[in-house]
Design a protein around this ligand. Structure first.
Ligand code: PRP
Length: 186
């Protein structure tokens, strides 16, 4: 474990190490690459800001031509539970009509964010839409039909930070996934 003197006292436990993330990303990239025709172009859509690390590492392992685009949606503000309101802050720059789209998420929780994002992207008539998420908290799902096509790790209903995930914008630069001490947000 790499110590981070600013954050280490805030963490209850590390639940996914840097090595486990690296290994799982390689496996996911293989699965994803095998799902498309060789040489087929993939538009990877990073949902800001939490999925930045995952997008950067996953894309480098994918054996297909990849285009990057970014969409910023917000449902949480600075709290720890979903407000149910999904705001589009930044839209795509690419025209996705007729193209293969892979939505890249850091965490799938209630499913409200993905429900909105998928519905919006479907109206733009892409050739396909698939979803990859690094983390999945199935216990928290409200929108039951939302499932990721590719899922890194299933995790319990605990508040996690690191590897892109924040609490009040902090902890994103931790290289692993950790549970935040409850006293910090309760
Ligand atoms: C988080 C996460 C997902 C969403 C998942 O984003 O990155 O986009 O919440 O939750 P849901 O399944 O309950 O909708 P957040 O709004 O915290 O923004 P961030 O990625 O910038 O931290």
């Amino acid at each position: 474990m790499k110590e981070n003197k600013f954050y280490s006292g805030d963490l209850a436990e590390i639940i996914i190490t840097e090595e486990q993330i690296k290994k799982r990303i390689k496996e996911l990239a293989e699965e994803i690459s095998a799902c498309y025709e060789p040489g087929e172009e993939l538009v990877m859509i990073c949902i800001l800001r939490g999925a930045v690390m995952f997008m950067a590492d996953l894309s480098r392992e994918i054996n297909l031509p990849v285009i990057f685009d970014f969409m910023d949606v917000s449902s949480y503000g600075t709290g720890t539970s979903s407000s149910g309101t999904v705001r589009i802050i930044k839209d795509l720059q690419e025209n996705i009509e007729g193209r293969h789209v892979l939505i890249v998420e850091d965490i799938l929780d209630t499913g409200k964010t993905l429900k909105h994002v998928i519905a919006m992207l479907e109206t733009r008539r892409p050739a396909s839409i698939k979803v990859v998420t690094l983390l999945d908290k199935p216990e928290r799902r409200v929108v039951k039909h939302i499932v990721a096509d590719f899922n890194g790790f299933e995790i319990p209903d605990k508040f996690v930070v690191g590897y892109g995930l924040d609490y009040a914008e902090k902890y994103r630069n931790l290289p692993f996934i950790a549970v935040l001490k409850e006293e910090l947000y309760s």
